[in-house]
Design a protein around this ligand. Structure first.
Ligand code: CTP
Length: 442
């Protein structure tokens, strides 16, 4: 039996581009101007759905298509869906007078390129301005979000990966690609992320961008262990990985702070935008940190997340200590290291900088942490039980309690659940924000 065609009876079953526009979601894309760049890959057809969803999220969408993109999808489709003239040419008098490539770049809140082909990634990473899209990308100051899509073997090529690494270091966000069946017949990594997931990712990037609550502040974070040399080969160290301090530095940059990261020996990449100084021993760390108080404009906040060695070998042998020379029970004489946090607490005059310490403990965690808070003269101490599973040295998660000194010696405590170290970093900055000393002029 043939079923006659019927007209949809509920409005929400029929979606046209027009009934969705101007329905801002109240999310981070609401009221924002997105410049959507489309380069020439088969995933270009998904840009139509992406345009529709971006508008549904409340964004205004201005599309730029490369020449190759127009072989996969027509400008007319994108023009109809976006409600705006589609730009394709750099050197076209009519388009330039109607749209203006610098105006497009200047007015964008977000430059989203989906799909981003291998060729386009290469040109962006080199800073070429060989067509309208790459010229706008070079002139644009807004966040750049790239959604790569290509054949799996192209994606895995070192050249492509080098361009991705370069673009990440310039601050671009890379979304995907995903694993799956590719249009070229291969199965693997290379498929463009689905439009709905791109919209969600773009919303969270913009939301993070809008939270620049540390703008104008200078924060210093120490991280990692210190190594105290015994001889040219051996040292006394500890198990700190530096991950918590690096997460704090990274989140502070995201919030707009100028960040100096003083790192002990760790195997971690510098978060983009962070000024890093590497040190090895406690005394080197002290030399890097303590003079900062003498600056005419000292830091607004110093977070001592480093696990600083309390002692160092009194004598450092210039040549390797040989087993046969050491006897049956060799001894290493130790000398106390400077306590950097305590020195900062004693030396600071006035409210700058806010001083934050960490207390890594295996037992009686809060009692020891409270004592350090008072005795070292700091404002806040982050207590963590490094003996607990998933918390402390080397892990990607942490469970901490934030202890804040109130008037007199009373202490306010805020216990956080087990969280990823970047989420812990976020919570710590949220806690510290209202405690920061008043910003200085200049
Ligand atoms: N700290 C420091 N200089 C040191 C030792 C520690 O600045 N020589 C700082 C750490 O960076 C941390 C805080 O002091 O912010 C507490 O460090 P922790 O190792 O927990 O405490 P200690 O003072 O070393 O005391 P203990 O070893 O008895 O726990």
């Amino acid at each position: 039996m043939q079923v006659p065609p019927t007209k949809a009876s509920h409005a929400h079953e029929v979606e046209t581009p027009h009934d969705e526009v101007n329905r801002p979601s109240g999310g981070a894309l609401s009221g924002k101007r997105v410049v959507l760049g489309i380069s020439g890959g088969i995933a270009a057809y998904k840009a139509a759905e992406l345009t529709r969803l971006l508008r549904k999220a409340g964004a205004t969408v201005h599309v730029i298509m490369t020449q190759a993109a127009q072989a996969f999808i027509t400008p007319l489709t994108l023009q109809t869906l976006s409600g705006n003239v589609v730009a394709t040419e750099l050197l076209d008098l009519t388009q330039e007078s109607q749209i203006g490539h610098i105006q497009l770049a200047d007015s964008a809140d977000l430059l989203l390129i989906a799909p981003a082909t291998a060729d386009l990634l290469a040109r962006l990473s080199l800073g070429l301005a060989s067509d309208l899209l790459t010229t706008v990308a070079l002139a644009c100051q807004a966040k750049l979000v790239l959604c790569p899509a290509m054949n799996v073997n192209m994606w895995n090529k070192p050249q492509v990966q080098a361009h991705i690494a370069q673009l990440l270091s310039f601050g671009a966000h890379i979304i995907g690609p995903e694993q799956g069946e590719l249009a070229c017949g291969w199965v693997g990594s290379g498929r463009m992320v689905e439009p709905s997931a791109i919209v969600t990712a773009a919303e969270s990037i913009l939301a993070a961008e809008q939270k620049r609550d540390l703008a104008g502040r200078w924060v210093v974070v120490t991280a990692g262990p210190t190594y105290e040399a015994i001889d040219p080969v051996r040292f006394i160290g500890n198990r700190s990985s530096g991950k918590m301090g690096f997460a704090l530095a990274s989140d502070a940059v995201r919030r707009g702070a100028e960040v100096t990261l003083i790192a002990g020996p760790v195997a971690l990449d510098t978060p983009p935008g962070v000024h890093r100084k590497n040190v090895e021993s406690a005394r080197e760390m002290a030399q890097a940190v303590l003079p900062l108080l003498e600056r005419s404009r000292p830091p607004d906040c110093i977070v001592m997340a480093a696990a600083v060695a309390d002692h160092r070998p009194t004598e450092v042998a210039t040549r390797k200590r040989k087993k046969q020379d050491l006897g049956q029970s060799p001894q290493i004489a130790l000398t106390e290291n400077p306590d950097i946090l305590r020195s900062l607490g004693e030396a600071r005059r006035g409210p700058h900088p806010l001083l934050v310490g960490f207390a890594a403990e295996t037992h009686d965690v809060e009692a020891y942490a409270r004592r350090k808070l008072i005795e070292k003269g700091c404002d806040v101490i982050i207590a963590n039980n490094v003996a607990e599973d998933g918390s402390g040295f080397g892990t990607d998660t942490n469970r901490v309690t934030i202890l804040t000194r109130q008037s007199g010696d009373s202490v306010l405590r805020q216990e956080l659940p087990l969280l990823g170290k970047s989420a812990v970093a976020e919570k710590i900055w949220e806690h510290l924000l209202p405690l920061l000393p008043a910003p200085r002029d200049s």
